[in-house]
Write a protein of this length. Sequence first.
Length: 319
Amino acid sequence: MTLHRLHRVAALLNPPQSPFELACAAEVFGGAPQDVPARYSFRICAGRPGPLRTTVGFAMLVDGGLEALQEADTVVVPGWQPPGAPVPPAVTEALRAAHRRGARIVAICTGAFVLAQAGLLDGRRATTHWRSTAQLAAAFPEVQVDPDVLFVDHGDVATSAGTGAGIDLCLHLVRADHGAAYAAQIARNMVLPPHREGSQLQYAAQPAPARADESLAPLLEWATARLDAHLTLDRLAERAGLSSRTLARRFTDQLGISPGQWLLGRRLDAARVLLEQTDLPVETIATRVGLASAVNLRRRFRSHLGTTPGAYRRTFSET
């Protein structure tokens, strides 16, 4: 890519279009920091040019058709509603043709479903919004869906997690194209960090715990109230009046996980609440939720949420 020619970015829209997901790409690629030469040109197009309905009620006028993809260096699909809806054959073929001639194909959020329908994600890692990762994996088993990451970049094809992660991906692509300093200038202009820590799972809603039948419910309530205690499988089994093997089997049958996995999940959930709602030191939180030390809490956070307790608190603190 040379500096004397602008890198041409085309965003492929579809009704109803999310204005925010479009803006993720438009803000990064559609403008340049002050006193810095522009490196990109940005335009929008659609399978059918003309007025195009958005998800928030107003319409936008799209003057470009699929021919825009024939000239683009990067094609962005900024979401697709509803996720998994059929993509017109003309659109998938235009994406394949753009990819064959060397254009970079980028999906923001549910745009990954479009790339999957075009066959561009076969045999590759990809991601999408955390609410839709299971749907993407079920519909396209040949795609290796990674629910943990903010984005996946293969160079020629890239996908992002939900909504705001589209900005993370676009800034990453700018870093790859023109270096960290230029990407940082764009991020600073947008009043955003040039790089976010962690995975999208830290933003996912905490799922409602799987329901156990009445035989386990009292034990789960008892254990949840004593997360700071040393709760071994033997102690849980003794409390339930069962053998350790029988209790483990009931956990697997009713909750789909082992007692240890269930207990760790509750401890991490409790730690998240304390990080969000208090200013307690991380060491104190670790002790209160039964994870023994700040080192262990950090290790568990990094393993399960892709971030650290400190970074999580800075993002979600209510205090």
